[in-house]
Design a protein around this ligand. Structure first.
Ligand SMILES: [Zn+2]
Length: 181
C-alpha cells in the first residue's frame, strides 16, 4: 500500500496530486455524517440508514489490509496527532460558501461553483502524522477536524502572532477518526 494518505473533514472535497491509495479521515459521506451525529447526540439513526459495516480497528490492522479488502469500508480508530508538520503549507484559500479551493484572478478570486468572490476564507489543511499506538499514517487533517481540535477558525489563528505554537497543544489530543479507503 502506498504510504500517502488524505484526511477529510465533512463538507470539503479536496484535489489530491499524488497517485496511490487514499485514506480518507472523516470523509464526506452520508453515513459518516450520521455517525458523527450519533457520536454527538447519542441517538442512533434508523437501522436502514447505516448501510456499510463500521469497524473499530487499529492503524496496524488497516495498514496490513490489501487495498481491495479495505476499499469501500469505513474504519474507526481512536488516535491522535503525534506531529503537525507546520513547515509545510497548512492552510488554503477557500470559497466561504462551498469550501472548495479558489483560484486567484487578476482582481479577486474565483470558485468553480460560486463564481466570482471578493474575499476567500482561509481553511486548515494540516499535514500531520496520526498514530494510535499500533501504527502511523501521514495524513492531511482538514478544516472541520482542525477547528475542533484547535478551538479556532483558521482566520482566527492567522491573526495570532505565533499561530504554529497552537499546533503543539493539539499533539497527543485523543480523537476518534473515521477512515475510508
Ligand atoms: Zn464556492
Amino acid at each position: 500500500m502506498n504510504n500517502k494518505y488524505n484526511c477529510f473533514d465533512t463538507g470539503t472535497l479536496q484535489l489530491k496530486c499524488t497517485n496511490g491509495t487514499y485514506v480518507y479521515v472523516n470523509p464526506t459521506a452520508v453515513e459518516t455524517g450520521q455517525l458523527q451525529d450519533l457520536y454527538v447526540s447519542g441517538i442512533p439513526p434508523a437501522p436502514a440508514a447505516i448501510a456499510v459495516a463500521i469497524l473499530t480497528t487499529t492503524l496496524s490492522d488497516i495498514l496490513q489490509l490489501e487495498k481491495k479488502e479495505a476499499q469501500g469500508k469505513t474504519f474507526v480508530i481512536n488516535g491522535h496527532i503525534s506531529e503537525v508538520h507546520a513547515y509545510k503549507e497548512w492552510y488554503y484559500k477557500a470559497c466561504p460558501a462551498c469550501h472548495q479551493c479558489v483560484y486567484e484572478k487578476k482582481s479577486g478570486w474565483y470558485c468553480t461553483r460560486d463564481e466570482n468572490l471578493v474575499k476567500p476564507s482561509n481553511m486548515f489543511r494540516l499535514p500531520a502524522t496520526i498514530t494510535d499506538g499500533t501504527g502511523n499514517i501521514e495524513a492531511t487533517v482538514f478544516d472541520k477536524v482542525a477547528r475542533y481540535l484547535l478551538n479556532k477558525t483558521c482566520d482566527e489563528l492567522l491573526e495570532m502572532s505565533n499561530p504554529v505554537d497552537a499546533f503543539l497543544k493539539i499533539e497527543n489530543q485523543e480523537t476518534q477518526y473515521h477512515i475510508q479507503i
